[in-house]
Structures are given as structure tokens and as C-alpha cells.
Design a binder for this molecule. Structure first.
Ligand SMILES: Nc1ncnc2c1ncn2[C@@H]1O[C@H](COP(=O)(O)OP(=O)(O)OP(=O)(O)O)[C@@H](O)[C@H]1O
Length: 304
């Protein structure tokens, strides 16, 4: 028996004028996976999401959702969507808006259940225009789960939420993923990807530059980060050390991503006034930075 993928993007590209927003993406998401889409601003995450929702037509390539077109899947209520903006009528009350959305679907969950799952049952009679950014995000989340979709797609769902709201939001999401729903979410919060995703897809300049579990992505960047206070550091000299992959500064503090931290430490202690030295293993953030820096170098080499 063959299992149809939830999402299948093959060779997908999209150009806006001179900007290559998406430059050949292949991505398959299996049913039940929770996938985080990471990448710096302008990496192509939102454009990829818009193409898999049928909101934007790719220039080239093929997009399938549950083996059909995105529009078919959405019409059948197979996909719940939470985008960064839109979808909200400012003059409507929260309960009215959700009833309206429920009326558009064939098999919605009871509106009260969606309100409770999103933690906004107390906001039912409030007008949208009076809500905070974080509360509006929760209404969008309630709208996304209302059709009882198989796939939930969320573009930066926790932007504008405080720490407590983010935690509550992910607890609600966890209840949805426990029901076996497939989830794709774009985020800038690496700890969200680390904590909640089975799989992390890292984009840069319109391409997928890493794809795996958070543990695999961290492991692909073996090595350490050295953080040290180095007044008057010679950054070029540090960057040219054999074991150093990347150098960043924050004032007098230097962050060095190293394949070989022992040699780099020896150099710092013998040749510079470095003090307050800390050495840490790569976390997901280091891995993402290192992979992004590495792919930038590869791109420059290709151009040269
Ligand atoms: N409608 C549009 N018209 C013109 N350019 C666009 C449009 N949408 C996206 N772009 C450009 O395409 C590139 C990719 O943008 P996209 O929004 O997909 O990235 P992103 O990874 O979601 O970024 P962010 O994290 O900032 O939301 C950017 O350079 C962006 O300016």
C-alpha cells in the first residue's frame, strides 16, 4: 500500500521581479510529521507556504497536498491555515467570526471547542478590533483548527505573543499533534523548532540548506563555540585560524565557531588578552548560524 504524502513540493521556484524568492525547493512532508521551517528574513519561507496553500502560483515545479491541488485540499477542509495577517474582520465579535468560518466548512468542530482549545473562551463576545496582537493570533489559531484539518500550516504563529502565551499556545498545539495532525510551521524562534518539531527544514536564499531532526542538524555541526572577551581583537587573524568557521563580535566579546576548539583556545591564551572564556557545544542556534554561513560561502564559491 502506498501512503500519500501530506505535502509534496518538487522543483518549485518563484521569482518576484529580480528577486528569486524560492529557487528550486523539493520538500515532502509525511502524514503525522511536525515540521519547522526556519531561515533568516527573506529566506523564502512565507513564499513556500503561500505556494503550498495555492495562494501563489509557482513559476516552475509541482505542488501537491494529499495527492491533489492545494485548492482541492483546502476546499475539502483537509488544511487549516494560520497566516501572519489577514483573515480577520475587525468589526466582528470573536464568536461571530468563528461561527462564520465554521459555516464555510463541511465538518467543523463545535465553535465552543475551538475557542476552548485556543484558550479564548472568555473572549467570545469581544470585538476583534479591541484585541491584543497575541489574542488575535489565538483567534487565528482557533480558525485554523476549526475545520478539523489533517494538516495545519502556521506562518510564525507566536509572533507578538509574550512568553506565557507562547507556552500556552504550544500546549494547545501539542493537543492537536497528539491527535495525529500533520503540522508545518515557520518560525524565527529556534527553541520552538527544537522543542516541538520532529523535523527542521532550514531555508536560505530560496533553497533548503538543511533538513533533518534537530539532533541531526546539531550533530552535522560538530564543534564548539568559544565566547571570550578580547579587547582590540584582530578579527581577520582569528577568522584565518585553521579550526575557526565563523567569527562574530558583540562589543569586546568575540564568538568563535570552531571545528577545533583546543587549538583556538591555545591561540587565544598565548597570543591575545582574552579573558572570561566559555566553551559550549553547538546548540540548534549555532548549527543554524554555521549552516547558513557555510551555505553563504558555498554560494560565493559558485558565483566566483
Ligand atoms: N509579493 C511579493 N512581491 C515582491 N517580492 C516579494 C513578495 N513576497 C516575497 N517577496 C520577496 O521574496 C523574498 C522571500 O520572501 P519571503 O517572505 O518568502 O521570506 P521569509 O523567509 O518568509 O522571510 P521573513 O522571515 O522575513 O518572513 C524576499 O526577498 C521578499 O522581499
Amino acid at each position: 500500500m502506498t501512503t500519500t504524502s501530506a505535502v509534496s513540493l518538487t522543483g518549485v521556484t518563484k521569482k518576484y521581479g529580480a528577486v528569486q524568492a524560492v529557487a528550486g525547493v523539493d520538500l515532502t512532508i509525511r502524514a503525522g510529521e511536525v515540521v519547522a521551517l526556519l531561515g533568516p528574513n527573506g529566506a523564502g519561507k512565507s513564499t513556500t507556504i503561500e505556494m503550498l496553500l495555492g495562494l501563489v502560483r509557482p513559476d516552475q515545479g509541482n505542488v501537491q497536498v494529499y495527492g491533489g491541488t492545494p485548492t482541492d485540499a483546502i476546499t475539502k477542509g483537509q488544511v487549516g491555515v494560520m497566516l501572519q495577517s489577514g483573515g480577520i474582520i475587525e468589526d466582528a465579535k470573536v464568536g461571530e467570526l468563528l461561527n462564520l468560518v465554521a459555516g464555510l466548512h463541511t465538518n467543523p468542530m463545535p465553535v465552543q471547542e475551538a475557542l476552548e482549545s485556543a484558550g479564548i473562551a472568555d473572549l467570545t463576545d469581544r470585538k476583534m478590533k479591541g484585541l491584543s496582537g497575541g489574542q488575535k493570533q489565538r483567534v487565528r489559531f482557533a480558525m485554523a483548527i476549526l475545520p478539523q484539518p489533517d494538516l495545519i500550516v502556521l506562518d510564525e504563529p507566536t509572533t507578538g505573543m509574550d512568553v506565557e502565551s507562547r507556552r500556552d499556545f504550544w500546549a494547545s498545539m501539542h493537543a492537536e499533534t497528539a491527535r495525529g495532525r500533520t503540522v508545518l510551521f515557520a518560525t524565527h524562534y529556534l527553541e520552538e523548532a527544537d522543542s516541538y518539531a520532529d523535523r527542521v527544514v532550514l531555508m536560505r536564499n530560496g533553497k533548503v540548506v538543511a533538513d533533518g531532526t534537530s539532533a541531526q542538524i546539531k550533530a552535522s555541526v560538530s564543534g564548539r563555540t568559544i565566547r571570550a572577551t578580547v579587547p582590540g581583537a584582530d578579527l581577520a587573524a582569528l577568522a584565518s585560524l585553521p579550526g575557526v568557521r565563523n567569527v562574530e563580535t558583540r562589543g569586546d566579546v568575540v564568538l568563535l565557531q570552531c571545528a577545533d576548539s583546543d587549538d583556538t583556545l591555545r591561540y587565544l591564551l598565548n597570543n591575545t588578552p582574552a579573558h572570561d572564556i566559555e566553551v559550549t557545544s553547538a546548540d540548534l542556534e549555532d548549527a543554524v548560524l554555521a549552516i547558513s554561513a557555510g551555505s553563504a560561502i558555498k554560494e560565493r564559491e559558485t558565483l566566483a
